[in-house]
Design a protein around this ligand. Sequence first.
Ligand SMILES: *Cc1c(COP(=O)(O)O)cnc(C)c1O
Length: 466
Amino acid sequence: MTDFYNTRILLEPNEIPKEWVNIVPDLPAPMTPLINPMDGKPAPPELAFAIFPKECVLQEVSQEPTIQIPKELRELYVRSYRPTPLHRAYGLEKELGIEGEDIKIFYKNESVSPTGSHKPNTALAQAYYSKRDGVDELITETGAGQWGSALSYGCNLFDIKCTVYMVRASFIQKPGRKILMRAFNGQVHASPSKLTDSGKYYYEQDPDHPGSLGIAISEAVEHSMRSEKSRYSLGSVVNFVLLHQTIIGQEVKAQLQKVNAKPDVLVGCMGGGSNLGGLMIPFAKDKLDGKYPDLEIVGVEPRACPSVNKGEYRWDYGDSAKKAPILKMYTLGHNFIPSPIHSGGLRYHGMAPIISILAKKKIMSSVMHHQTEVIGSGLLFAKTEGILPAPEAAHAIKEAIDQALRAKENSEKKTIVFCLSGHGFFDLLAYKEYMVGNLVDYELPNVEIQKALSAPDMPSIDETRF
Ligand SMILES: *Cc1c(COP(=O)(O)O)cnc(C)c1O
């Protein structure tokens, strides 16, 4: 019988996690260092401290299995929006014809945050540590605008200046996000801009250059190096961001326990890997310990930007102008400029080193979907669950639906949990185009991938030197 009192599984404010879960010491292969793009050697702490907030650098390289969440920050999470609900997707289950207790779909609703995605989980932490260490400006890039609005919100709470370089294609396509950033006192510039050398290079070739995350990162890093009291802030990819996001998976664990459920599959979309990382790391740790051997972890990418599915695991620059650190990760090459799909948050050429190691070691798997089927699944979710998802999150929905239908066909029992990383209220154009039949699919041809990966400026790092 349907237990409608368990449709939204909530935690009390004081049940918010007290620590973040660090998977780095438990990884099946050692974490690779951040490499200084200037000399190809591991970045010394002084350099990292000059770029990122200090506490974040210490967390990036920490070997502690857990890291305490400062009390003031926990209080701020609670005052702002946490813990977030875990929903049982009864409406969607009914639509798929899987009512009952054999196949269950749950989703963690990160869309209830002030800016509508999981990104404030790390934005608040980074703004908190920056304020504590006397930083007065954080500079960042944003694709679709989710990260820029989250950081603007966080900085404004701590009275820190926030400057955002926004990929021009999105700057034009998503004016709503720009306004939201400005509402939180964020300074927003279309990238490539004339304000940095990295931006000028592209801007002078074409003032209407659509930009890319890689270019916007270069601009933000360059800008952040100008002052002693400003730092560069990242919304995904690096270890400390995935660490801050583990608040998601820990809450999910506690919520599932309340209804005596255990996941068989965890699903999340992957742009840089932070929402999936946040959901799965607390569970992956158990899997690596042998406590949860059959747990499946699935990352979902767009066919137009399949870093893990079709890229190579190798050293690459984090950005186009080669100013950001070099990372060992799955990458499509730093020169890669993805097709203008609506999931701006999934258009990054690389992938978090943590996710890359787990995928390489087959602790998790990855799949790809086309944007029309993704947006179609997003609409089905809106009709049945009442939340219009971000196009990024709709990738996870599409995969959760496929998993459920496969289980139904094979008469399997399965509990599927996915991360609803955000809502789509600022992405209505994607839905409109789908409705009028204008949405097109992009598949990245293998020759293009090979071309980007064999560019003469791909870094070659001698690992025997460290
Ligand atoms: C930024 C974003 C993503 C992609 O980033 P990850 O670091 O891979 O989580 C996914 N969904 C939403 C809603 C986002 O804003």
